[in-house]
Design a protein around this ligand. Structure first.
Ligand SMILES: *[C@@H]1O[C@H](CO)[C@@H](O)[C@H](O)[C@H]1NC(C)=O
Ligand SMILES: *[C@@H]1O[C@H](CO)[C@@H](O)[C@H](O)[C@H]1NC(C)=O
Ligand SMILES: *[C@@H]1O[C@H](CO)[C@@H](O)[C@H](O)[C@H]1NC(C)=O
Length: 851
């Protein structure tokens, strides 16, 4: 109240003072209007907007204000100054001489007031990059002098007002990234002075009006990412000054009008991801300025335009997923400007050793799924910028040139499904950036070079279905990021190197099937805790299956058929649920599984088993006895009777676990490792309860999240709780924290999670030391990881899962700064009666992501 009154008093004084100078009356009213608006904003940046300082009496010296000679406000320029608030208190009628209003890149909200129509001299109206909502007011049609209307990146809805077509001086219309709907009014064709028209990323429907062909001064027409349908009007071909024409991601159909060859200035041309068909007018690409062409994902046929790179300015040439046929354009041969060439999934032909010339700038070339033949030439090793080289599913012959090893930036080398022969060059081991090496389905011979073990960034290695011989080099175990390893259908022999158990990142597949591998299965394979599919079938593997294979928490599918294996099947879901096909044709497997005889323990311990009894079992029993005695002492001294009572009661509840691990042993291990949830193992606290770190002797380091017990004792929720946990344990993704199991009953609820070394993203960002370590590349990786996880949850799960609480606190980082989403449904666990509980309780789990 007090400040308001002193404010008005100040204003009055200012008005009186300013009356003294000539022509100052207007200026004083304007100052008042500006201050009124300022008072409605939350901003720290308009200090100079004040009447307290005598030198500031005229607003003309204020930040962002420019006046005409008479001292009246002409321009308000306040881009990127952190304005928060609305335009509601900006009295447009108070500025009779305003020609420029630039409030771009602030945090303005609310709507565009209809009083904007009072600023009749306005030539520039820039409100882009704010959070303005509502529709564009009809009154905008009063701004007869307007030359630039820039409203992109806001939350505008509604239609494009018809009145816009009255503004015959308009040169620039930028309305992109809003939610504008309806169709483009044909009357826009009246705006003959338009130079740029951009309405991309909206919800426009209807067709492109042919009247746009009148806009002969137009240089940019951007309408991409809308739902515009119908054909591209012939009249667009009249826009001879067009430099950029982006119509991609719409529902456009029909073919490209033949007169598009007139668009001689065109340099950026995109019709990708529409429903267009027919052939490309040959004149079209005789365009010397063409730099970026995207025709991908349509039904175009015919040949590619011969002159496409005749101007030597082509940078992007993207035509994948069409039906283009015939040879590549001659002009592409030495198209040295190219950085990106995507021709995959067409019916292109030709000899690749003849059609490709010099590409010193090429970063990305994908020719897969075409009918190219010929050999890879050594000169491909000169395209030093190449990061991706894909020529899969063609008819390539000859060898893989050693020179490819010179492509030091290469991340993807994918030559699968061709007729390549010869050996895999060991020099490829020097491609330190490589993360995908797919050479499967060729006729490659010789041994797997042990140098591949140096590929420390490799995630995908597929050498399957070739004629490779020799042993699996144990160095492959050094590829610590390997996620997918397929060596199946070759002639590999020898035993499986035990070093393979060090491939801790293996997740999607380990397939060694259809080889001549012999010897026992190394127990170290049980260390592959993330592995989902293990295929060892069709080999000569013998001996007992290591019981550790039963403790692989992620394993879903296992195939050990056609080997010489014997003895009991390990525990574990994958083995219990294995189909008869996956275990058949072995020497002597047994177990409680369909298709196998029950194990006869007595028989198994006969014969050479005696020595085992004497040399192993006796000392083990002795050791166990000593341990038991020691443990008994600890127990006696450390536990109160009350604790023991609680524990027994808890035991009566259930410990469900996806390890298929004995529940009560697991429970004991956890109690022991955390010394009955001792404070010193506590690593975090929250509203939900307490988090402990536990080093379990038999398994690994885990995190125990002990929930506050709910005393409502509603047993009806117990079943739902169990169902949800079960669903969450089905989620298998490397960017989602694994839930290993839980304990639940009236007195105690806890969840057992994978341990993440670096804690939450939030804590990493707060700690200066860690924030520096978390450089931009790692941050981008974190974002990618979270996006993968969300996409998986939203699209790959049978019933989509919505996390609802993604924040930096719920994103955890492992030792490699790989992100994992955590805290699934904890909120829902705490409030089982919240409305979303029931919808999620029935979740059915997820489809594992494919390769
Ligand atoms: C393309 O341009 C070349 C040289 O500028 C010219 O000779 C040729 O006739 C043109 N082709 C078409 C189809 O317009
Ligand atoms: C492409 O470049 C190579 C090497 O610079 C040159 O020998 C060849 O003649 C060029 N071909 C064409 C068609 O320009
Ligand atoms: C394992 O590999 C064999 C041969 O490569 C294949 O036939 C079989 O389907 C695979 N098993 C599974 C479960 O994928």
């Amino acid at each position: 109240m007090v400040t308001d009154r002193s404010h008005s008093l100040l204003l009055l004084v200012a008005v009186l003072l300013s009356l003294v100078s000539s022509g100052a009356k207007v200026s004083a009213l304007e100052a008042e209007a500006l201050l009124q608006w300022k008072a409605s904003l939350q901003t720290q940046s308009l200090h100079s907007w004040s009447l307290t300082n005598a030198s500031n009496r005229s607003p003309c010296t204020w930040t962002g204000i420019a006046c005409n000679d008479a001292g009246s406000v002409m321009e308000i320029n306040l881009p990127k100054v952190g304005l928060h608030g609305t335009l509601d208190n900006l009295s447009f009628s108070s500025f009779p001489n305003l020609t420029r209003l630039d409030l771009g890149s602030n945090s303005l909200s609310g709507t565009i007031p209809s009083t904007i129509g009072d600023s009749v001299k306005l030539t520039y109206l820039i409100l882009s990059d704010n959070q303005i909502s509502g529709s564009i007011p009809h009154e905008i049609g009063n701004l007869k002098s307007l030359t630039e209307l820039s409203l992109f990146t806001n939350n505008l809805v509604g239609q494009i007002p018809l009145s816009l077509s009255n503004l015959s001086n308009l040169q620039y219309i930028f309305l992109g990234k809003n939610q504008i709907s309806g169709s483009i009014p044909p009357e826009i064709g009246n705006l003959v002075n338009l130079i740029q028209l951009g309405i991309p990323n909206n919800h426009l429907t209807g067709s492109i009006p042919s009247s746009l062909g009148n806009l002969t001064k137009l240089t940019y027409l951007y309408l991409h990412v809308n739902q515009i349908s119908g054909p591209i009007p012939q009249e667009i071909g009249n826009l001879k000054n067009l430099v950029g024409l982006l119509l991609s991601s719409n529902l456009l159909s029909g073919s490209i009008p033949s007169n598009f060859g007139n668009l001689t200035q065109l340099s950026n041309f995109s019709l990708g991801r529409c429903q267009l068909s027919g052939s490309i007018p040959q004149e079209m690409m005789n365009l010397t300025n063409m730099a970026r062409v995207d025709l991908s994902d349509n039904n175009f046929d015919g040949s590619l335009p011969q002159q496409i790179c005749s101007g030597r300015s082509l940078v992007y040439f993207i035509v994948y997923n069409n039906r283009f046929a015939g040879p590549l354009p001659e002009s592409l041969r030495n198209c040295t400007t190219l950085t990106r060439m995507r021709l995959e999934r067409n019916q292109l032909t030709g000899n690749i050793s003849e059609i490709f010339g010099e590409y010193p700038n090429l970063e990305y070339i994908d020719l897969s799924y075409n009918q190219f033949h010929g050999e890879l030439l050594p000169n491909w090793g000169r395209w030093k910028q190449l990061t991706l080289l894909r020529i899969s599913s063609n008819k390539l012959t000859g060898k893989i040139p050693v020179e490819l090893a010179l492509l030091t930036q290469l991340g993807v080398l994918d030559l699968f499904s061709n007729h390549l022969v010869g050996e895999i060059p060991k020099e490829l081991g020097s491609l330190s950036s490589l993360f995908d090496l797919s050479l499967n389905e060729n006729q490659l011979a010789g041994e797997i070079p042990s140098e591949l073990g140096k590929l420390s960034n490799l995630e995908i290695l597929d050498l399957s279905t070739n004629s490779l011989i020799g042993q699996i080099p144990e160095q492959l175990g050094d590829c610590s990021k390997l996620r997918y390893l397929n060596l199946s259908v070759n002639y590999l022999n020898g035993s499986i190197p035990s070093h393979m158990g060090d491939l801790k990142s293996l997740q999607d597949l380990l397939d060694l099937s259809h080889n001549s591998l012999s010897g026992g299965i190394p127990p170290s394979l049980g260390n592959l805790l993330m592995l989902e599919i293990l295929n060892l079938s069709h080999n000569y593997l013998s001996g007992y299956l290591p019981s550790g294979l039963g403790n692989m928490p992620s394993l879903i599918t296992v195939d050990i058929s056609y080997n010489d294996l014997e003895g009991p099947l390990p525990n574990g879901k994958a083995f219990k649920q294995a189909s008869p096909e996956a275990i058949r044709n072995n020497t002597g497997l047994c177990g409680e599984v369909q298709g196998l005889p029950l194990c006869n323990l007595a028989k198994e311990h006969s014969g050479k088993g005696h020595k085992v009894v004497i040399f192993i079992v006796v000392p083990v029993i002795g050791l166990l006895f000593i341990l038991l005695v020691l443990f008994g002492f600890c127990f006696f001294f450390n536990r109160t009777a009350k604790n023991e009572e609680t524990k027994n009661e808890i035991r009566k509840g259930y410990v469900f676990s996806v390890w298929d691990y004995n529940g009560s042993i697991l429970f004991d291990e956890i109690i022991k490792a955390t010394e009955n949830f001792n404070e010193k193992y506590c690593i975090g606290k929250g509203g939900y309860g307490t988090v402990y770190k536990a080093e379990l002797p038999t398994i690994q380091v885990v995190v125990i999240k002990k929930l506050r017990s709910l005393d409502d004792g509603e047993s009806a929720h117990e079943e739902a709780f169990k169902n949800e946990i079960q669903a969450l344990t089905e989620i298998r993704h490397r960017n989602i924290v694994k839930l290993y199991g839980f304990c639940s009953n009236r007195h105690c609820k806890f969840l057992i999670y994978e341990y993440m070394e670096r804690g939450s993203l939030a804590s990493a960002l707060i700690s200066i030391k860690e924030a520096i370590q978390l450089d931009w590349i790692k941050r981008v990786n974190v974002i990618k990881g979270v996006a993968h996880a969300l996409s998986y949850m939203h699209h790959d799960c049978v019933l989509p899962i919505v996390h609802r609480d993604i924040s930096s606190k719920n994103i955890l980082l492992d030792s490699e700064f790989e992100a994992c989403i955590s805290d699934f449904g904890i909120a829902k666990l705490l409030k089982p009666d919240s409305s979303n509980w029931t919808t999620l309780a029935g979740t059915h789990g997820c489809i594992a992501p494919g390769k």
